[in-house]
Every structure is written in structure tokens, then in C-alpha cells.
Design a protein around this ligand. Structure first.
Ligand code: ATP
Ligand code: LTN
Length: 341
């Protein structure tokens, strides 16, 4: 079920989401996030952001970052984001994101950031060496969201804690300086919000997984997809059924169900008594067919980078206008500068 789509004044609800330009994109990013953005596009006032400033929180290089930004933009457009229906832009093109992050730092507690599980996961026990940007990452994310009076933030389940922090920071700001920010809600789907690793179904499918077989990239060839699914771990037993004691099959059935738009119980019924082999073979074809149209459009877009460049420049222009308006209010509320006497 969708949330109601407009507010009392008849304006469409504002949606904002972000994605990092940090390498290849996998089925988790697609099924947990991008696909939902595309599907809901006609219902909302949408803003989607390529968060390149966030990508600086882990080591990268100039050339790598540049290439990743363009690749991500092409992936988003190939997946169906429409630059007419949605504002799609690069975070660093709108300097207000970095500015608001600094201002929100002043109403964020050190202890709140230390409790973030994503920070703990990404430090990998090396807290002394990671960048301060990795620590401050959730505040920049709060700035992204609050800058646009966002109502809904469609994300995968891994972002729940960051959304809670965003609401806490906004609430504290509003209490201290007067009502300024809209309190956003996370929009997390029941199915697909947590696609798991093909090698370890207790871990989420992740870009940063060291093993190349844990995730299916949107750019994997059909043969690579078939091989990864053939090798995907399964649970003990031989029945194709989902359940709390069957994390691997639950994950594979979820992927099948999302691509085919077919409820899991129906798929289970069809594969009753057929075993894992037959199911995996069909699943591979479902995934190959599901991403083939995206790959085809991606090839076309990659041959013509001017499409992405122009769409992103226009998106930045529209985002900047809104961001500047909001920042003028924020600066005034906080007593910064002497602009209006
Ligand atoms: P990493 O896996 O290295 O932490 P990431 O893929 O989570 O990176 P982003 O690119 O910022 O990082 O994520 C983009 C979107 O994809 C977010 O909305 C996130 O919640 C969603 N997402 C990421 N992994 C999964 C997953 N395994 N299942 C569902 N959604 C996911
Ligand atoms: N932290 C998110 C990416 C992100 C984001 C945002 C998502 C940055 N800013 C604003 C939603 C709204 C991630 O790692 N997936």
C-alpha cells in the first residue's frame, strides 16, 4: 500500500532519496531502492540525488569518482528514472548540502553518531584510521533530506537508523530554533528491503563484499548471472519453500517474486517436489530477463554521455533553487550573518 500521496493543501508529497556513486550496483540496490523510486515516480514530487560527497567518506580517487558518478547516472536513467518527472542531480552541485550538514552538526550529539551501526560496520575495527567524514556521514544524509522538506524517504532497511537520527536532529532543531524542518518518514517496502548475499544469507547483499559471488551486479552478463545463482548457497532440505529457518531460499524466492510480480506461495506451489536445481535454473532466466532491458538502455546511454550530463545539470538547477530558499530561512533562524539587520 502506498502512503497517501498528497498533503492537506493538495500538494503531492515530496520524496527524496540518495545513492552513493561507489562502484557497481547490485540486485539489492535495484530491488530495494531504485525500482521503487521508478515505480512511484508518477505519485510524488521526486528528488533523487547522486551523493558524491558521501562517497568521499571512504578512500577513492578523482578518476574513479568521476567514472562512478557518470555510471550511476546512466544506471538510474536506464532503470527508468525520468528527468522530466523527477529532479535527478549530483549532491556536490548544490553546495547547500555541505553547508546544512555543518549547521546540523551543531545540534547532533557525538554519542548519537557513535551508536550508528553502519559506522561500526564500515570501520571494521579500525576506528582510529577512518575519516571523520565516515563518522559524520549520517548528518550529511540528514541535511540532504531536511533541505527539501521531504515527507518520504524510500530506502532499503539498512537505512532505518539513519532516518531515525534525521528525525531526532530535526526535532531538536525545531525545538531550539522554531518549526523549520518537516519530519520525514522512511518508506521501506515489506518485500525486497533487504536482499541478502548469495553466499551468506545472514548478511545483506553489499557492494563492499570482498567476494565477487555474493552479489549480482546490474552489469553482470547472462552467463555470470547463471553461474552465481547456480553456486548460491541453499538451506538444508530440498523443498523450495520460504520461512524463518530457510534464509537462503527465502532470499532467492524474494528475488524471483519481485521480478515476476508473483506471490511467493504461488511460486512455492509450482516448484513443489521439483528440487533446488530446477528452481535455480528458472530463477537465473527470470533475473537475466528482468535486467536485460536495463542493460540494453545502459549500453545506449553510455554511448551518449551528453544525455546524463544535460539531465543532471538541469536537475541541479532546479534543486539549487529550492535549497537556496530553505537555507535562507535556516541561516536566519540560527542567527547567522547580519543579512536582514
Ligand atoms: P554497501 O552495500 O557497500 O554498504 P550500499 O549498496 O548499501 O553499499 P548505497 O549505494 O548507498 O549503499 O545504497 C543505495 C540504496 O540501496 C539504499 O537505499 C540502500 O538501502 C539500498 N540497499 C543497499 N543494499 C541493499 C540490499 N541488500 N537490499 C535492499 N536494499 C539495499
Ligand atoms: N546513506 C544512504 C545514501 C544516502 C541517502 C541520502 C539515502 C545519502 N543521502 C538521503 C536517502 C536519503 C546509503 O548508504 N544507502
Amino acid at each position: 500500500m502506498h502512503e497517501s500521496r498528497s498533503n492537506g493543501a493538495g500538494q503531492r508529497h515530496r520524496v527524496f532519496s540518495g545513492i552513493q556513486p561507489s562502484g557497481s550496483f547490485h540486485l539489492g540496490n535495484y530491488l530495494g531502492a531504485i525500482r521503487n523510486w521508478v515505480a512511484q515516480q508518477p505519485l510524488y514530487d521526486n528528488i533523487f540525488c547522486i551523493v558524491d560527497l558521501h562517497a568521499l567518506s571512504l578512500p577513492t580517487t578523482r578518476n574513479q569518482l568521476r567514472a562512478n558518478i557518470l555510471h550511476l547516472a546512466n544506471v538510474l536513467f536506464a532503470s527508468g528514472l525520468d528527468p522530466e518527472a523527477s529532479i535527478v542531480f549530483i549532491q556536490s552541485d548544490v553546495s547547500e548540502h555541505a553547508e546544512l550538514c555543518w549547521l546540523l552538526n551543531s545540534v547532533t550529539q557525538f554519542g548519537e553518531l557513535r551508536r550508528m551501526t553502519q559506522f561500526k560496520d564500515k570501520t571494521g575495527g579500525k576506528e582510529e584510521q577512518v575519516s571523520a567524514a565516515l563518522f559524520d556521514y549520517p548528518v550529511l544524509m540528514a541535511a540532504d533530506i531536511l533541505l527539501y522538506d521531504t515527507d518520504l524517504v524510500p530506502v532499503g532497511e539498512d537505512q532505518t537508523q539513519h532516518l531515525e537520527l534525521t528525525r531526532d536532529v530535526a526535532t531538536r532543531f525545531n525545538a531550539r530554533y522554531g518549526d523549520t524542518f518537516v519530519l520525514p518518514k522512511a518508506d521501506i517496502k515489506e518485500t525486497g528491503a533487504r536482499i541478502m548475499s548469495l553466499e551468506d544469507p545472514t548478511k545483506k547483499m553489499s557492494k563492499s563484499d570482498a567476494s565477487p559471488n555474493a552479489a549480482i551486479a546490474l552489469t553482470d552478463t547472462p552467463d555470470v548471472i547463471r553461474r552465481k545463482i547456480r553456486r548460491a548457497v541453499t538451506d538444508s532440505g530440498s523443498e523450495v519453500v520460504a520461512g524463518p529457518d530457510k534464509p537462503a531460499l527465502t532470499n532467492l524466492l524474494t528475488i524471483y517474486s519481485l521480478f515476476e510480480g508473483e506471490p511467493i506461495p504461488e511460486i512455492e506451489r509450482r516448484y513443489a517436489g521439483k528440487g533446488y536445481g530446477a528452481f535455480k535454473q528458472d530463477l537465473a532466466e527470470v533475473v537475466v530477463a528482468g535486467i536485460e532491458p536495463i542493460q540494453r538502455r545502459l549500453t545506449e546511454l553510455e554511448a551518449d554521455p551528453s544525455f546524463a550530463r544535460e539531465a543532471l545539470a538541469a536537475g541541479a538547477e532546479r534543486a539549487r533553487t529550492r535549497a537556496a530558499r530553505k537555507m535562507a530561512v535556516v541561516r536566519d533562524r540560527m542567527g547567522l550573518g547580519l543579512a536582514d539587520g
